[in-house]
Design a protein around this ligand. Structure first.
Ligand code: FAD
Length: 529
């Protein structure tokens, strides 16, 4: 036996390390267990406004001052220039037809740009996870967590008043006791395997697989697809989570400040089979050969590490908690990279787990609370999966796809604003998944979209009704000027939209103004960023 700990956390990704720091702040003794070593490659890089507000809340509540600058592009670059990240001003989507160049039309029918921030200084980031995760692990050590890397855990034993973990470390037998084990080792991770938890699957979710790498010399696509006769887009389209959408899947492109770009694809099984996705780089080339505009973007690109092929992407653990153990959301489920839901879902789970340790540690209610939190995470993952399933179904009908994404953008921007106003209760759960009005309507819209497409293509009065239903669902939480036709698929972030939405946020105009001031929404006089 090496030692007895109160909390054992398996996996030192950003979630495990963050929770280790928090647990130390709460006075718990912590073992952080990792099978690999840092720095290491990790996928899941694109943050979002909601992710950043959650990271900010957690950092403030638990006094993690060194993490705070990493919640915005400007302060990150100034205070931690040694940690690479990327500038993310929004979500950019372009719909491609096989074998044809993307051509912008004046109505912008096949593109969607949704800004996430009004300017670079307070913009979101892409996390270069090798740097970011190592930094958080070192912070956990600084906070007093004991870190065991190169640890291969093989057994989990519930001993009644605690748990024993056994395996090997650097070739020698390893054993450790803890009062509670938190699994932050990712989908199909440690507890799923040792406890034999199976994959319950998401209802209606398409079977998908992914292939990805990091590249050098990826071109910016903005100049190639700009409509030169038209106005400037709300932000440079490449300073974003860039999505290339096509029948059967999509490609992400995320640029970092260190010259590297993360890119990859998530595709349905039928397309994966055509491309022979498991072959890695040749499959990537075969996909690009179908998409001339994307192929040109990658003309000079060189992969700087071997391609990773995931096999089955989605995962939904049948159980996510027990008397003395719990899976974080990122270990309990994964849906798809689309809409960057992984990081906010994980941070919501970290926040709930932190509160649970803060309020229920040592009480009889601990395991009931773990079960309750696991149920909240399941509801959030199910809502995400439902929406992403509808988005996959509508890849071939881009206007419907764009309309469905508004369910996400409205809910996420409403939740961000509500939290920044100190009223998180207005936006219960990711995608408002615990809101008695929004959540069932979201499910209805998505079910309807999937059914319409399955019935041979959404057209006619049913399609019109669905678009109306989406608009009605979005309206009560639309504080971002979404679905305004005159914007023709380009959505900037405007203070006026938030001020106009004050009533929906149960706030006065003055409260909104004060919030905008606090987040430095408007650039100070004389500044250009
Ligand atoms: C292809 C793809 C793209 C994605 N893109 C995005 C995105 O753009 N935006 C977004 O929000 N989310 C994205 N996600 C989701 C995102 O990756 C996860 O939400 C995020 O990585 C979760 O972080 P984590 O720290 O919990 O886990 P991880 O980053 O998976 O870290 C788990 C850690 O546990 C360690 N570990 C694993 N097994 C064991 C074991 N048995 N014992 C000890 N240690 C172990 C691993 O070595 C690793 O260090 C993406 C996911 C995929 C698959």
């Amino acid at each position: 036996v090496i030692a007895d700990f109160e909390v054992a956390i398996v996996g030192s990704g950003f979630a495990g390390s963050l929770l280790a720091s928090i647990s130390r702040r709460l006075g718990r003794s912590v073992a952080l267990l990792e099978r690999g070593t840092h720095p290491r490659f990790a996928i899941g890089e694109s943050s979002s406004p909601l992710a950043n507000v959650l990271l900010e809340e957690i950092s403030r509540r638990y006094g993690l001052d060194s993490i705070l600058p990493l919640t915005k592009w400007g302060s990150w670059r100034r205070e931690r220039p040694e940690l690479a990240c990327g500038l993310k001003r929004g979500f950019s989507f372009f719909r491609h037809e096989q074998g044809r160049e993307f051509a912008a039309d004046p109505e912008r029918t096949y593109q969607l740009l949704v800004a996430a921030s009004p300017r670079d200084e307070i913009a979101d980031t892409h996390w270069y996870r090798a740097d970011f995760d190592q930094f958080l692990m070192l912070e956990a050590l600084r906070a007093g967590a004991e870190y065991f890397d190169r640890t291969l855990l093989e057994r989990f034993r519930d001993e009644g008043d605690g748990v024993r973990l056994e395996g090997t470390r650097k070739g020698a037998p390893f054993s450790l006791r803890a009062r509670i084990v938190i699994d932050a080792s990712g989908p199909r991770g440690f507890l799923s395997q040792t406890l034999g938890i199976d994959d319950a699957g998401f209802q209606d979710f398409p079977a998908t697989q992914a292939l990805f790498s990091h590249f050098q010399d990826v071109r910016r696509v903005g100049p190639a697809i700009a409509d030169r006769s038209g106005p400037e887009p709300p932000y440079p389209v490449d300073d974003a989570a860039l999505h290339h959408v096509f029948d059967g899947g999509w490609i992400w492109v995320l640029r970092f400040s260190n010259g590297l770009t993360s890119a990859g694809c998530a595709v349905e099984d039928w397309l994966a089979a055509q491309l022979r996705l498991e072959e890695g780089e040749p499959a990537w080339r075969r996909l690009l050969d179908r998409l001339p505009t994307v192929r040109a973007q990658f003309e000079d690109a060189v992969a700087v590490r071997p391609f990773e092929f995931t096999g089955r992407l989605a995962y939904r653990a049948r159980r996510a908690s027990g008397a003395r153990w719990a899976l974080l959301p990122s270990a309990a489920s994964f849906v798809d990279p689309l809409l960057s839901t992984g990081i906010p879902l994980t941070l919501l789970g970290v926040g709930r787990m932190a509160l649970c340790l803060e309020e229920s540690w040592g009480s009889d209610g601990l395991s009931a609370r773990l079960a309750h939190d696991a149920e909240s995470a399941r509801r959030e993952a199910d809502a995400s999966a439902k929406l992403i399933a509808a988005l996959y179904a509508s890849f071939g009908d881009f206007p419907l796809f764009a309309s469905l994404t508004m369910l996400y953008f409205a809910a996420a921007s409403f939740a961000e604003a509500a939290r920044r106003l100190g009223r998180p209760e207005l936006a219960p759960g990711f995608l408002l998944s615990s809101d008695p009005i929004f959540a069932p309507r979201l499910f209805r819209c998505c079910d309807e979209a999937i059914a319409l497409v399955r019935a041979g293509g959404a057209s006619g009065p049913n399609r019109r009704r669905l678009l109306d239903e989406i608009a009605k669902t979005v309206a009560p939480v639309n504080v971002a000027g979404l679905l305004r036709e005159e914007r023709r698929n380009w959505y900037p972030v405007e203070a006026e939209d938030l001020i106009a939405g004050a009533g929906k946020l149960r706030s006065s105009r003055e409260e909104i103004e004060a919030m905008l001031e606090k987040v430095a929404f408007r650039a100070p006089a004389g500044s250009t960023v």
